[in-house]
Ligand binder design. Structure first.
Ligand code: GMT
Length: 373
């Protein structure tokens, strides 16, 4: 197949899924054309059969807001005509699915099919903003195929947008072989010289991630056992978090690593991953942690219960229950046998249920099905 992929290039789950899927499809012999405003970070190294096309948008003084969605549609039309792309996969409804729809109309359909994958924030946050509601509903209804990354997100989309068409659930996935390549790449002692336990959180530091709760959980754990916290990522809450860490006198115990392209090396330093989000349609970072044998403490919100098995691969709590999360984290980290068991179960669950080898063929089969419709 010749596939066009529209995605955000930033350090977010949707960009990671789009990039890893593109690599997986390319390895299976398909030709993949990525269209974005810059190269997604996971695609900065060469991959056979993956082609990158940057969208440039003219910025005239008249444009208060550069019309990216139109630049994207124009680029798509050009690419479809040049490379005979058969299927456009839009990751995120706004603006990608809308641009794909427009390109298809400009091309007078010509047998081109569009698939939209809903990742979560397009539905739960952007979708909740009424200014986009009608466009999101329209793009979901007019895509030739729609997928969602969890049952939760599928149901939420149906209810919020009154959708009566099929939405296929295809879970996020991980490369089960990758942890092996990173097993010895993190030097634990550089973060925990006295043998402290290491907790970790990674995100885009948006309010929805509840970074304040991450710090409060860690502060309580640290009162009970020697511990350090590794924070990966960057975003609007970073200054607030840095201030909070200072105020709580935790500066010597918290490492701010900024954005990192690959988390696997760091997971091999971590004993526990924290994801106390307000909302999470899937929680890819939790899955990536589990793939490296790191149990997760998270909230029982959104799609997280579909990813983390409470009492087996981690624990789930109501949003904001930081005290209980901290106490449970401490108990788990203090019981070496139980911790080992959770690590093993986390890895097994990731490998058995969310393995790229099983999930990528689901996308491939879905593409084929859509092309034949
Ligand atoms: O987590 C974020 O805020 C980034 C966001 C994105 O759009 O890249 O992630 C969403 O998509 C990921 C991949 O499908 C999911 O694993 C995340 O749970 C989802 N984020 C939210 O629902 C908040």
């Amino acid at each position: 197949m010749k596939i066009g992929v529209l995605c955000y290039p930033t350090h977010g789950g949707s960009g990671v899924v789009a990039s890893e899927l593109a690599i997986g499809m390319a390895q299976r012999g398909h030709e993949v054309h990525i269209v974005s405003y810059t190269t997604p970070f996971r695609l900065r190294v060469f991959h056979q059969n993956v082609f990158m096309h940057e969208v440039g948008v003219a910025n005239y003084p008249l444009f208060k807001y550069p019309p990216y969605a139109l630049g994207l549609a124009t680029k798509l039309v050009e690419l479809v005509e040049t490379y005979q792309i058969e299927l456009i996969h839009a990751h995120y409804a706004i603006p990608h699915a809308a641009s794909a729809y427009l390109a298809k109309q400009i091309l007078d359909n010509k047998g081109i099919k569009t698939v939209t994958t809903l990742h979560g924030t397009d539905i739960t946050l952007v979708g909740a903003d009424l200014s986009f509601h009608r466009v999101i509903k329209f793009t979901i209804e007019r895509s030739d195929g729609v997928t969602a990354v969890s049952q939760y997100l599928r149901q939420r989309t149906i209810e919020e947008f009154d959708i009566h068409r099929e939405i296929r659930v295809i879970y996020n996935f991980v490369d089960a072989d990758r942890p092996e390549q990173n097993r010895n790449s993190c030097n634990r002692e550089s973060y925990a010289p006295q043998g402290e336990k290491i907790l970790m959180h990674a995100s885009n530091f948006r309010p929805v991630k509840r970074l304040g709760d991450v710090i409060r959980i860690f502060a309580r754990v640290q009162e009970l056992i020697p511990a350090k916290l590794i924070l990966v990522g960057d975003g609007p809450e970073r200054l607030y978090v840095q201030q909070l860490v200072k105020e709580m006198k935790l500066s010597d115990s918290v490492y701010f690593l900024g954005e990192q392209d690959h988390l696997e090396p760091l997971f091999f330093c971590a004993d526990l991953f924290l994801l106390p989000s307000e909302q999470e349609s899937f929680g890819l970072t939790a899955l990536e942690a589990m793939n490296c044998g790191v149990p997760v403490i998270a909230t029982e919100t959104g799609g997280l219960p579909e990813v983390i098995e409470h009492g087996r691969t981690g624990y789930l709590f109501p949003i904001g229950e930081t005290k209980k999360m901290a106490e449970t984290a401490t108990l788990l980290l203090s019981d070496l046998d139980k911790h080992e068991l959770f690590k093993k179960q986390a890895r097994e669950h990731a490998v058995h249920t969310f393995n790229a080898d099983q999930i990528i063929p689901q996308y491939e089969a879905f593409y084929e099905e859509v092309l034949q419709r």
